[in-house]
Write a protein that binds this ligand. Structure first.
Ligand code: PMP
Length: 360
């Protein structure tokens, strides 16, 4: 007789709730920070032709040198820094945690932050410490420095801009954290395309800084490509944990092709940034809605009855993210991704109608 599952599977895995991705079929999908625009037909045709030439019977290039050199140019990666690729940046977080998960090692972040930081700490048996942000979602530098001193974290993850709050933390506060950290600090720039600032140029100043980016929010979420940039001494060790063929041949070829048309990606991100302003202003004009500043492609808002608003929007086929209950600072908070002007209008009209109904 085999043992029962709970005698075999690690208890912390049995206790985990699965990462829930709601079905979005037929919905106005404003829940996952995707770029709402598709690529122009001419470029899609070029991609189709290219796809026809790929040797699907062969494994992909494990080093992906051509892709890395395209990324190096497109992202202005400083000379002397290496690149490690991941199947999405989620996978990179996991590789970093796996490498640093000595017994008792701490993975630190702020709270609220990207949920995967905590989840991956659990996957890899690291101890997770989350330091609460201030009520306005700025970083509590004193609390962070005290916690760094106390817990000596092996790694600190800081998303810049932060998800789910959307704001940029003070760059000097992050630098102080990097300087005080005994281990490595990963600045996660998943939303870099929508912010006008980056830690990329600071890589040369800080020996323990690693910088993470993703192509997901730029319009290529379906291809799953993330990258980590940093000093060769770190990346050589992390590379040992990367599974050899984690970035498929289709991803390698298509990303290279799309990066040759970076003007298209820039036009799309500019359109999203312009719509973000329109949407924030419309939301601010609504009674009973508090809108938080954002440097990302989503907006965090607080309403009076978040659960009800979320469910009623869902009934109207509009899917956003309900954050109520996920952290005390996010009481009655909702997160909406900036979509196309038409999608945003549908959301705003539905929200306005609901708020009027709920307050009468
Ligand atoms: N970092 C942050 C802050 C995110 O919000 C996300 C996705 N929501 C990711 C990393 C992971 O993105 P991906 O795996 O698609 O690269």
């Amino acid at each position: 007789m085999p043992n029962s599952l709970d005698q075999v599977i690690r208890p912390e895995i049995l206790d985990l709730l699965p990462y829930h991705v709601p079905s979005s079929f037929g919905m106005v999908k404003l829940d996952a920070m995707e770029n709402p625009y598709s690529l122009p037909k001419t470029l899609r045709d070029e991609i189709a032709q290219l796809a026809a030439t790929i040797s699907l019977n062969r494994y992909p290039d494990t080093n992906a040198d051509l892709l890395k050199s395209s990324l190096r140019g497109a992202m202005e990666i400083p000379a002397g820094m290496d690149i490690m690729l991941g199947n999405g940046s989620d996978e990179i977080i996991q590789i970093v945690a796996l490498a640093l998960a000595r017994p008792g090692a701490v993975l630190m972040s702020v709270e609220p932050a990207f949920a995967m930081f905590r989840m991956i700490a659990t996957f890899t048996k690291m101890e997770y410490i989350g330091i609460p942000l201030k009520a306005n979602f700025s970083i509590d530098l004193d609390a962070m420095l005290t916690a760094i001193d106390k817990y000596q974290p092996a790694v600190i993850f800081i998303a810049y801009p932060n998800n789910p709050t959307g704001n940029l933390f003070d760059a000097e506060a992050i630098s102080r954290i990097i300087e005080s950290a005994p281990g490595v600090v990963v600045v996660d720039e998943a939303y870099h395309a929508f912010a006008d600032t980056s830690f990329m140029s600071r890589l040369t100043q800080h020996p323990n800084l690693l910088l993470m980016r993703t192509l997901s929010k730029l319009g290529l979420a379906g291809l799953r490509l993330g990258l980590l940039v940093g000093r060769p001494e770190w990346l050589t060790q992390l590379e040992k944990l990367r599974l050899p063929y984690n970035v498929g041949v289709m991803t390698q070829v298509v990303v290279r092709k799309v990066l040759q048309h970076s003007d298209i990606l820039r036009q799309q991100t500019d359109a999203i940034k312009a719509e973000r302003v329109v949407m924030s202003e419309c939301l601010e004009a609504l009674d009973g809605v508090e809108v938080f500043p954002t440097a990302a492609n989503f907006i965090l808002l607080r309403v009076n009855e978040a659960n009800q608003v979320f469910l009623e929007l869902k009934k109207r086929n509009i899917l956003i993210k309900n954050l109520d209950g996920s952290h005390p600072l996010l009481r009655n908070c909702l997160r909406v991704t900036v979509g196309t002007p038409d999608e945003n209008k549908q959301f705003l009209w539905a929200l306005q109608a609901l708020i009027t109904k709920l307050t009468n």
